[in-house]
Write a protein that binds this ligand. Structure first.
Ligand SMILES: Cc1cc2nc3c(=O)[nH]c(=O)nc-3n(C[C@H](O)[C@H](O)[C@H](O)COP(=O)(O)OP(=O)(O)OC[C@H]3O[C@@H](n4cnc5c(N)ncnc54)[C@H](O)[C@@H]3O)c2cc1C
Length: 494
């Protein structure tokens, strides 16, 4: 759409743009609507490699035409109503800490910044439930909960990068203590969502019921493509009385995977199990200061003293039976204290380095195959680029685990088209290897624009059902178009 009345004459489009801006300003207040280009770029940006690369190369990111900052659910309703009237896309933004280009606005429209929606509505100490507006970030909510002896127990690596409760839920997030406390989808109990054409729906007060299929979980993970999540009730937990740390070495990663499987199959519940391969243990040493390199497992047990003592004993016995050697508590403690350090010390990878994190989840029976296949693929098929591979497993379930493995190419090709193509080829290779070996697109980073093309191979005909649902709930396709593989808006003239 043309921005300049001089270059296009005061066209119908220019007038329409002004009209939309005026309606949006009436909805949320003039101060909370912006068309400033740096504001639009900032709203589009996230922590995806693509976003960092566009910024590094001084290239524009796919951005919206308006930034709108509502304060209340009623204001969000009005904004969605306006967007529906004019068939203008809406891209919600929480903290912009996502890694999949979820805040890119490839079809323009409205960037809906939820940063003003930060109220804590209620902390129900009897039921252990906190109800909040979804623009609140993790640390702010955690601080209030801690005052009452409670915790959200959701600490992602992006904890200090502004990640919000809405983002946790919208992209199925996971924190470092998820093995005991669950992912965002396990912690969320009730949602309030504004859907097209500007109506608010509330799911049931509890997640467990027999009143038909699960509306709550249909919105969880929908990344803004079905509606804007404005309010969430989250399960909270008592702050643990104590925390104990363990660490073990193994002759190889497969022995470590088996030890982790034993812990989970025996239904023990440490809050953390992190198993690093040799290459990743080197990175950990550099980033956090752990002194050991090799195959390393860090375990954290928390809760009351009696429970922790029991788990420490039981886990140590199981791991030592599975070729693990105890290294004492120190490495675990160093890891726990330093877990956000790389972010604080600016050690995160950035262009011209080319990098990507697959976070595949699979059953135990598939995990070793995926690790072997992906490591070999990255190190051999991309050997001409000097591609490197590192892996750790950090979220464990009764039935399987997540592999957080990364590729690195030290210097991306200088031509942007070539760099982006190499990036996508690495992703194609890695994700299809997972899917073909019984794994999934990913575990907790969401899909965004980056991984949308894998939804069809992942789900087969199931993806057509998802598309039908999307079409029925959002007939004009204005809710975060281009994400989750759903493509452009259908009837938009934008
Ligand atoms: C260094 C680093 C470490 C990370 N570590 C982890 C980790 O340990 N665990 C983990 O799960 N993730 C991790 N992430 C990824 C990211 O932080 C999470 O996905 C986080 O939950 C995103 O929250 P956000 O508020 O920043 O969302 P955003 O980036 O703002 O948005 C993500 C997606 O959700 C949509 N969205 C956001 N809010 C809403 C809403 N209220 N309603 C509807 N749609 C919405 C957006 O449109 C977008 O599609 C990491 C990222 C980085 C950069």
């Amino acid at each position: 759409m043309s921005q300049n009345p001089q270059s296009s004459g005061v066209s119908g489009e220019y007038y329409l743009r002004g009209q939309i801006a005026r309606e949006l300003a009436t909805a949320v207040g003039t101060d909370h609507v912006s068309t400033d280009s740096s504001d639009l770029q900032a709203q589009a940006s996230d922590w995806s490699w693509m976003s960092k690369y566009f910024q590094y190369k001084d290239l524009p990111q796919p951005s919206a035409d308006f930034v709108v900052r509502p304060r209340t659910t009623e204001e969000v309703e009005r904004v969605v109503e306006i967007a529906s009237d004019y068939k203008v896309p809406i891209t919600p933004r929480g903290g912009g800490s996502g890694t999949q280009g979820g805040t890119f606005a490839p079809y323009g429209g409205i960037a809906l910044d939820l940063a003003r929606m930060t109220d804590i509505i209620e902390i129900d100490e009897e039921s252990l439930v906190a109800t909040v507006q979804t623009g609140i970030d993790g640390p702010k909510l955690e601080e209030e909960l801690n005052k009452k002896g409670l915790t959200l127990a959701h600490y992602p690596g992006s904890y200090h990068l502004g990640a919000t409760i809405g983002g946790f839920i919208a992209a199925r997030g996971s924190g470092v203590v998820s093995t005991k406390y669950g992912k965002a989808e396990d912690q969320v109990l009730q949602l309030e969502v504004v859907v097209a054409p500007g109506k608010t729906v509330k799911t049931l007060p509890v997640p467990s019921h027999a009143a038909g299929s699960d509306l709550l979980q249909t919105f969880v993970g929908s990344e803004g493509t079905l509606g804007v999540i404005t309010e969430a009730s989250m399960r909270v937990d008592p702050l643990p009385e104590t925390r104990s740390f363990l660490s073990f070495s193994f002759p190889n990663i497969f022995a470590g995977i088996e030890a982790g499987r034993q812990i989970m199959a025996n239904r023990l519940r440490p809050s953390v199990i992190r198993l690093y391969d040799e290459a990743d243990s080197l990175k950990l040493k550099d980033w956090v200061g752990t002194s050991f390199t090799g195959t390393l497992m860090v375990v954290v047990c928390d809760g009351d003293q009696e429970l922790v003592d029991y788990e420490v004993k039981a886990i140590t016995a199981l791991v030592e039976k599975s070729e693990g050697t105890s290294l004492g508590p120190d490495l675990g403690e160093v890891w726990w204290d330093g877990k956000y350090e790389p972010y604080a010390r600016g050690k995160l990878p950035q262009p011209p380095l080319l990098y990507g994190t697959f976070d595949t989840v699979a059953r135990f029976s598939a995990i070793p195959k995926i690790y072997r296949a992906r490591k070999e693929l990255i190190e051999t098929e991309f050997a001409e680029y000097g591609a490197r591979y590192t892996a750790h497993l950090s979220h464990w379930y009764d039935w399987g685990a997540m592999i957080y493995d990364r590729f690195y190419v030290d210097e991306a090709p200088s031509d942007p088209a070539e760099a982006l193509a190499l990036h996508d080829r690495l992703w194609d290779a890695g994700v299809l290897t997972a899917i073909n070996n019984g794994g999934t697109v990913n575990d907790h980073h969401g899909v965004g624009v980056k991984l949308g093309r894998f939804m069809r191979p992942q789900y087969g005909h199931g993806f057509e059902l998802m598309r039908s649902l999307k079409k029925a709930w959002d007939p004009d396709g204005i809710m975060n178009p281009g994400k989750l593989g759903f493509g452009p808006p259908t009837n938009s003239r934008w």
